[in-house]
Design a protein around this ligand. Sequence first.
Ligand code: PMP
Length: 366
Amino acid sequence: MTIGEEVTLDALPLREDLRGKTPYGAPQLDVPVRLNTNENPYPPPPELVADVAEAVRAEAAELHRYPDRDAVALRQDLADYLSVSTRVVLSEANVWAANGSNEVLQQILQAFGGPGRSALGFEPSYSMHPIIASGTRTEWVPAPRRADFTLDTAAAASVIRERRPDIVFVTSPNNPTGGSIPLDELRAVLDAATGIVVVDEAYAEFSSQPSAVGLLADYPAKLIVSRTMSKAFAFAGGRLGYLAAAPAVVDALQLVRLPYHLSRLTQAAARAALRHADATLDSVHKLAAERDRVVEALAGLGFDPVPSDSNFVLFGPFADPQAAWKSYLDRGVLIRDPGIRGHLRVSIGTPEENDAFLEASKEVSR
Ligand code: PMP
C-alpha cells in the first residue's frame, strides 16, 4: 500500500478550473516503430555524444554551485545559430532559453497573459497552447482555419481586431497539419494584433518558408519567435527551447522565470550539441525527402495527405480514426490521433520505419 493512496484527486482542494481535466501526453509505448511525437528518428552522432558527455563531466565538478542564471553563453550560441540560419544578426540580448519551448511558451503567458487576459490561436494547432493558457489562467479564444487547414489571413485579421487578444499564437509549420504561413500573410496578422504575436517555429528547420525572425526588426514590440532543439536538433531528451525577440521581451520573461531554471548540465549539454549543429541538421534534408516520399506513397494508396512543410504528415480519410490508430498499433506502428475528424498524424522516421508504416497503411481499417 502506497502512503496516501486513499486520498482521491477529487478530495484535494484543486483549482476549480482544473477539475476533470486530463494531463497532456501521447502514450509512451514500447513498440518497434514509434512515429507519434515528431522526434528526430536519428540518434545523435557518436562525436556529439562524446562531446556532451565530456561537457557534462566537466560541469559535474561544479555542481555544488548554481548555474549561470542568465545562461548567457548558451544564449549567445543560440543567437549565433539563428544569425547564420536566418541571416538576421541577433545577439544574446535577443534570445531567451528554457527547458523546452513549452516552458518558453509558459513564461510568455505568465508575463503577457494571465487572469483577465486572453490568448487566441487558429485551430487545429498545437494543443499545448490552450493548455498552457489554462494553466496560467489566460482565457483561450479559439479561431478557425480553412477546411484545408491553411490560415485565412483576412479572417484571422478580422477576428484579431474584433477580439483584441493579448497574445496571438501562429504555429508555423503548424502542428498537427504541417503547413507554414508565408511572411507576407504573417504581416497581416502582426498588423492586426495589438498585443504579442508568438510564432511557434518548433519545426522551422524542416520548412521551405523563411523564418519569422526576418520580421523582428519591423515588429520589435509585438513579435516573439519560439524555437526548440527537440526536433531538427535531435535533442528532445535534453529539453532546450528558446526564443528570439526584442531585448525588452527577454527582460519581461526574467520577471517570471524561476531562478536557475536551466541546470548546469542542460546548459553544457545544449552548448555541446550546438557545436555539432551541422551534423545533426544534416538529417533535416533526409527527413524532408522521406516526408515527400511518404506523402506520395500515401496518395498512391488512396489516402489524402495534407501538404506538409514539416517532419510529420496529417492524412485521412478514416471513418473511425481511433480504430485505425489501434490497427496501426496492432501492427507495431505507433502514430498519433490528434482528434481531428477523419485524420491521423504520422511523424517521419527512418526509411525503414516509414516503410513499416506504409506497409501497415495497406492493411489498416479505413
Ligand atoms: N511547439 C510545437 C508546435 C510543438 O509541436 C512542440 C512539441 N510537440 C513544442 C512546441 C514543444 O516542444 P519542446 O517543449 O520539446 O520544445
